[in-house]
Design a protein around this ligand. Structure first.
Ligand SMILES: Nc1ncnc2c1ncn2[C@@H]1O[C@H](COP(=O)(O)OP(=O)(O)OP(=O)(O)O)[C@@H](O)[C@H]1O
Ligand SMILES: [Mg+2]
Length: 254
């Protein structure tokens, strides 16, 4: 059976896309024994870095796949968390212009992923914080989308940007991607603005808002610097419990 392919996307930066992508990937493997591939299509390379990959010294990278220089199988690396990873680094940014001139430029990732999809139960794609060709490739590959939103005024302003992009993907590119869920991240319940934005997300998205809310915690913030997931860094803390709960919710929704 082909994998469930889920993109983690928001055009706004710093909302917890990467934190969600790599912790969800590890949790699906560790607690549910799923075969998981994490694809990093962000030139920042943070998904790989958070899982202990030396992103400045990669043998192969995702840009080589998109530019059709090598096959996708050759870019897969094993991480210590038993999650497979297709890493990226800043060289992916340099590939964006040549990529944009290629025929079928929106579906380069999708064509490559199709060849390995049956090896996995889940393929997660960590997106860059913009609406460019790399994000479009991720959304054209995924069947489902998780939208992490930080509970701030600007976080709320970013929602119509995402909705417009999804509309274009669904209508102009005729790809039936669906929102798996909107995820409130980096939540500090002491802040009025956070509570207000959460209420507003609930009104706007109803059941599509995950019940799980990811709290703003020092442990979630620190974990990438130890190059491990929150489950290795601080397994009993609120951040770990929340990401485990999110994983269970994801499994009930796919
Ligand atoms: N729940 C949280 N609690 C505390 N810090 C967090 C939390 N989630 C993310 N962070 C921190 O906030 C910063 C941004 O998070 P992250 O990199 O996951 O966001 P992103 O949306 O992937 O960012 P970018 O748009 O740059 O790719 C990082 O330093 C991360 O460690
Ligand atoms: Mg990121």
């Amino acid at each position: 059976m082909p994998a469930q392919i889920i993109a983690i996307f928001n055009a706004k930066g710093g909302v917890g896309k990467t934190s969600t992508a790599y912790n969800l990937a590890v949790a699906l493997k560790r607690f549910h024994d799923k075969r998981v591939l994490l694809i990093d299509i962000d030139p920042q390379g943070h998904a790989g870095a958070a899982l202990g990959i030396d992103i400045m010294n990669l043998e192969h990278r995702i840009d080589e796949v998109l530019l059709e220089k090598i096959t996708i199988k050759d870019t897969i690396v094993k991480t210590t968390s038993d999650v497979d990873l297709i890493p990226s680094n800043i060289l992916l940014a340099e590939a964006e212009i040549p990529l944009s001139g290629m025929p079928g430029r929106e579906v380069l990732l999708r064509r490559a992923v199709k060849t390995i999809s049956s090896r996995y139960d889940f393929i997660l794609i960590d997106c860059p914080p913009n609406v460019g060709m790399l994000s479009i490739n991720a959304l054209m590959t995924a069947q489902k989308l998780i939208i992490p939103v930080d509970p701030s005024y600007l976080g709320l302003l970013g929602i119509p940007v995402i909705e417009r992009m999804l509309h274009l993907i669904q209508t102009r590119l005729e790809h039936p991607i669906e929102i798996l869920g909107v995820l409130a991240t980096r939540y500090d319940q002491r802040l009025n603005i956070a509570r207000e934005v959460l209420a507003s997300l609930k009104t706007r998205f109803g059941d599509r808002l995950f019940e799980t809310v990811i709290p703003e915690t020092v442990k979630v913030r620190e974990a990438p610097s130890f190059q491990v997931s929150i489950f290795d860094h601080a397994p009993t803390t609120p951040g770990a419990v929340a990401y485990q709960k999110l994983t269970e919710e994801v499994l009930t929704r796919v």
